[in-house]
Design a protein around this ligand. Structure first.
Ligand SMILES: Cc1cc2nc3c(=O)[nH]c(=O)nc-3n(C[C@H](O)[C@H](O)[C@H](O)COP(=O)(O)O)c2cc1C
Length: 198
């Protein structure tokens, strides 16, 4: 499969075959792909938390319970995310460690706040590159996944539930797709590309 074919094949899968587990060596490959992503200052200021079994189901339950605190649209998104986590055999949480942000003071005390914000943005962008690498690796292995940004709405509760020291940026369940899904329509290149010439 060429890279472009792989990129085309990847698509968000939200429901999984519950009776089909994902082998640990597949999860390891996915994690390796994430850890090879570019990162600001090559800091790799991320943690990938692999959650399986009872803890994963409890996490799904927690998200469902917390969804009650939100208005309809967010509640539905949280519930959908929870269902994806519940039906998948494995979910990976991506956290930023703040290692880069903690160095902001070295770049000038006067601008510390601005540099902290900038470094936080760089940590988020770095972790996003790692997530995309992992989603593509999962696709190459015949697995499905979905990038769940909605968990950020309940990040604090999830961080303390998992006991992980870091800022939760995203989660993605991994499993075998429950069925073939129709790919979503994408904008054409002419809609998104701006060419600037002299
Ligand atoms: C930053 C980010 C956050 C996302 N958060 C969610 C989410 O919380 N729930 C969800 O079902 N999909 C989420 N998605 C998946 C998008 O809905 C999906 O990528 C988009 O609809 C295009 O479909 P495709 O991935 O199949 O190409 C997220 C994607 C990105 C990049």
């Amino acid at each position: 499969m060429s890279f472009l074919e792989l990129a085309k094949k990847r698509r968000s899968i939200r429901l999984f075959q519950q009776d089909r587990d994902v082998p640990n060596d597949y999860i390891k490959k996915i994690l390796e792909a994430g850890n090879l992503a570019p990162s600001a200052h090559n800091k790799q200021s991320w943690k990938f938390v692999v959650i399986r079994g009872k803890k994963k189901d409890e996490l799904a339950q927690l998200i469902t319970e917390l969804s009650e605190l939100f208005p309809k649209k967010s509640r539905l998104l949280l519930r959908m995310g929870s269902k994806s986590i519940f039906t998948a055999p494995c979910v990976i949480g991506v956290f930023s460690t703040g290692e880069l942000v903690s160095e902001a003071g070295e770049y000038g005390e006067d601008l510390k706040k601005e540099i902290e914000d900038f470094f936080l943005e760089m940590e988020i962008q770095s972790a996003s590159a790692a997530v995309q690498n992992m989603l593509l690796q999962a696709t190459e292995l015949g697995l499905g996944s979905v990038w769940l940004g909605v968990v950020v709405l309940v990040a604090k509760q999830i961080e303390s539930f998992l006991g992980v020291d870091g800022k939760l940026l995203a989660m993605f369940p991994i499993g075998y797709p429950s069925k073939d899904y129709t790919p979503p329509k994408k904008k054409t290149l002419s809609e998104v590309v701006i060419e600037i010439k002299d």
